[in-house]
Ligand binder design. Structure first.
Ligand SMILES: [Fe+2]
Length: 292
């Protein structure tokens, strides 16, 4: 399988690079598609959503429907071949998680998504074992915060491209199978999750598509202690700290959502209003968005 992400195939990379940059999205408004019924997309709506996912690995949809539940998210995802949910131990029965501030739940409160604090740049499930990588994701907003809670988004292929342009050795280092280790997590019962070591960038052998595991957090992560890896990590951090036009900013309002191939994203801190706390439905899938 020929892939532009093969370091030994610079010609394929350059062709892909030209095409990618020419079609890259640098204006958040271009990323938004209005749809009527997320459970039953029209052909035109589906095509518009898919086209943006193919260009930028993500799309923000906007619907006027007030209805939001796990089943709606599941139905929406199925239309893009998103089927294999990554059930985590905090998720509900269907493997779709309600992300909201859990002030009274000690177990959830220990995890930053269930607080009103900012979350640094990451891709979802970076701590998952390699056979359970999160390749697709939906984040559907049922209730936005009183203030804050914006997301920044960056197509991970653009991040790869910019790093590769600056130094191909950065890609080589971040593709090493021992580039990044997430230490084991323990709780009262012992080891709740084993340590996970793996690359930042990898390509799927069957499809040649690019996958990225990343977190900008500095605790609970161990980078390979070699000069090139550390320089690559610093370059990536620097890239994500710029205001590049390829870094898109959005605030999901009720009825809006993000459909993506697990692109890089962060979340700003927020304040809930008194009546209805911010509520997002999050579905993580082992599948990528289907090509058609
Ligand atoms: Fe996330």
């Amino acid at each position: 399988m020929q892939t532009p992400f093969d370091l030994d195939n610079p010609a394929a990379y350059l062709r892909w690079r030209d095409h990618k940059l020419a079609r890259a999205i640098t204006d958040t408004n271009e990323l938004i598609v209005e749809i009527k019924d997320p459970c039953a997309l029209t052909k035109a709506e589906h095509a518009a959503l898919l086209e943006l996912c193919q260009r930028s690995n993500m799309v923000v949809y906007a619907t006027h429907t007030e209805l939001a539940d796990e089943n709606m998210v599941r139905q929406f995802g199925l239309q893009f071949g998103l089927n294999s949910l990554d059930a985590n131990w905090l998720a509900g029965e269907q493997g779709i998680t309600r992300v909201t501030v859990c002030a009274d739940d000690g177990q959830r409160q220990a995890y930053i998504p269930y607080t009103d604090r900012a979350i640094k740049w990451h891709t979802d499930g970076y701590y998952n074992p390699c056979e359970r990588q999160v390749r697709g994701m939906i984040l559907h907003c049922a209730q936005s915060a009183g203030q804050g809670g914006e997301n920044r988004l960056m197509d991970h292929e653009i991040a790869y491209l910019m790093l590769r342009d600056s130094n191909v050795d950065f890609i080589r280092a971040l593709s090493a199978p021992d580039a990044m280790t997430i230490p084991e997590r323990t709780d009262e019962q012992g080891v709740a999750r084993a340590a996970q070591t793996g690359p930042v960038f990898s390509t799927d052998p069957a499809s040649g598509t690019l996958h990225m595991r990343y977190t900008a957090r500095t605790r609970s992560i161990e980078w390979k202690q070699d000069a090139t890896t550390l320089a690559a990590v610093a370059a990536l951090e620097q890239l994500l700290a710029t205001d590049l036009p390829h870094i898109l900013r959005t605030r999901l309002e009720p009825g809006m959502g993000l459909l993506c191939n697990n692109v890089l994203h962060d979340r700003a801190a927020f304040d809930d209003n008194d009546t209805a706390p911010r509520l997002l439905f999050r579905a993580r899938y082992h599948d990528r968005i289907a090509a058609s």
